[in-house]
Design a binder for this molecule. Structure first.
Ligand code: PNW
Length: 473
């Protein structure tokens, strides 16, 4: 109790920065104007609307492509020091082919960055937030190793045109969701649904693509612009259900975050040992002549290790994890990790099926990252709570208050190097398969009004006070 009291009175460290997050497909709209080509999200929402809870799409979304000046006003109103947003690949290379970048797309982001920086807001740019050009997907997308060249060519255009103003780059948002849930399962585009195979192929190339872009920045752009390059990894905290489940909970953390973090942030590099062991054992029992988890060469391990200036961490929730080792030989990611997990029924819940409110899991996760990866610099690049909308959102205020309290404990008591915090998300937007049903915004958007007016929720007012006083109010 004393510790809590003290934490509430302590200000955030002086060099700590507050921001807020969004992503292109979820906010921009203008899906087929100004030279933009279709991405896999345009295709999926148009061809398979039944997959989206309200059969909606991001054709218009928040229309941020046209209302961007108003959005910057919201950022000014909040008082954030940085803004995390993503660039739509298909505005730069409409069909993915790395020739003749689309000048209108470049102009759009140039104007946006000028206005942002002239308002004193630091841009944190996500290069890839899931919206790969449709035509690259037709050639296998991230399952085709040639994607590394396509992705690098795209990133080069961003560095060339925007590098002078962008201090923070995020190569990829949440490869776990994109590769495992979008390739292993069908929970996100491109909805490949080949678990235990397609997810690992996608993951292998995504990690190599990340490393290639990091090295390109390091070799050619760092000396010019002195920016930082990281990656945003999502992670639930997995808490052991009983004492006997400690190994299972740790194995699940490795299969969820370690998959990406071990190759990049650990001192030895490569996939986590437990992943390699479990997947290769299971593959051979199933009769595969190889492990379904691809192997990095020694050179690749060294090339990938250390390719991040910061650890972008997206965190929302916690699950209780239980060992589920069995002899079932079905090929799947779940059958590879052999852990089952569930929320504790006593926890408060958000509107998203997977979201419960467990602030202590956030603190434990931050400490785990510090201990497992030798104390990297961490920016929390997402954290948030979903409901069904409305400007009075006491549950979201409570969520932010409790999670930021856990964050302060991680910083001051556990001495974790967290340097910034960006809630998900600025305003209600297209929440992937949940359409516009589940809302994460600090600002509410009235989607029934064609002008899409934005209004501050109570949580926006709360966050604004926190930023202003640099204390939990
Ligand atoms: C993130 N989960 O995705 C994404 O980066 C955002 O684009 C998205 O809108 C936001 O979180 C809210 O969903 C996640 O199942 C999706 O735990 C699902 C999970 C976590 C993050």
């Amino acid at each position: 109790i004393w510790v809590c009291r003290l934490i509430l009175a302590v200000p955030f460290p002086e060099d700590f920065i507050f921001g807020v997050s969004t992503a292109a497909y979820q906010n921009e709209g203008a899906w087929n104007t100004s030279g933009k080509g279709p991405s896999i999200w345009d295709t999926l929402t148009h061809e398979r609307p039944e997959l989206i809870l309200d059969r909606s799409n991001g054709d218009v979304a928040d229309n941020s492509y046209n209302k961007w000046e108003e959005d910057i006003e919201l950022l000014n109103d909040l008082g954030v020091q940085f803004y995390r947003f993503s660039i739509a690949w298909t505005r730069i290379f409409p069909d993915g082919e790395p020739i003749n970048p689309n000048q209108e797309g470049i102009n759009f982001y140039n104007n946006f960055l000028d206005q942002l920086t002239s308002n004193g807001i630091l841009p944190m740019v996500t290069i890839f937030h899931w919206d790969i050009p449709e035509s690259l997907q037709k050639m296998g997308g991230f399952m085709n190793p040639r994607i590394i060249d396509y992705y690098t060519a795209y990133a080069k255009v961003l560095f060339d045109h925007f590098g002078d103003r962008v201090k923070y780059w995020i190569t990829i948002n949440e490869p776990k969701q994109y590769c495992q849930e979008g390739h292993g399962e069908a929970s996100y585009a491109p909805a490949i649904n080949i678990s235990g195979v397609a997810d690992y192929l996608c993951g292998h190339n995504i990690i190599r693509a990340h490393a290639a872009v990091y090295h390109m920045y390091d070799d050619y752009y760092r000396s010019l612009y002195d920016g930082e390059v990281g990656i945003s990894l999502s992670g639930h905290w997995f808490e052991a259900y009983t004492r006997d489940d400690e190994d299972a909970a740790e194995r699940m953390r490795q299969f969820y975050v370690g998959w990406w973090a071990n190759p990049i942030f650990s001192s030895e590099g490569d996939y986590p040992k437990v992943m390699k062991e479990f997947i290769s054992k299971r593959s051979s029992q199933q009769g595969y002549p190889w492990s379904r988890l691809p192997e990095f060469t020694e050179d690749e391990i060294n090339y990938i290790r250390g390719t991040a200036d910061f650890f972008g961490f997206n965190h929302y929730t916690t699950f209780m994890a239980q060992n589920a080792e069995s002899d079932d030989l079905t090929v799947s990611y779940a059958n590879d990790h052999q852990v089952i997990f569930a929320s504790d029924p006593t926890w408060a819940r958000g509107a998203s099926a997977w979201l419960s409110v467990v602030p202590w899991g956030f603190r434990k996760y931050l400490k785990w990252i510090k201990d497992t990866y030798s104390s990297p610099i961490i920016y929390v690049t997402e954290n948030g709570f979903s409901d069904h909308g409305g400007l009075h959102d006491p549950e979201r205020v409570q969520y932010y208050k409790q999670y930021m309290e856990a964050l302060l404990e991680a910083i001051y008591i556990d001495e974790v190097e967290v340097k910034g915090y960006a809630p998900w998300t600025l305003m209600d937007n297209f929440e992937w398969f949940d359409g516009y049903v589940n809302r994460f915004g600090l600002y509410g958007v009235d989607f029934s009004d064609p002008n899409l007016p934005r209004k501050p929720k109570d949580s926006a007012k709360y966050y604004k006070e926190v930023i202003k006083s640099r204390r939990l109010v």
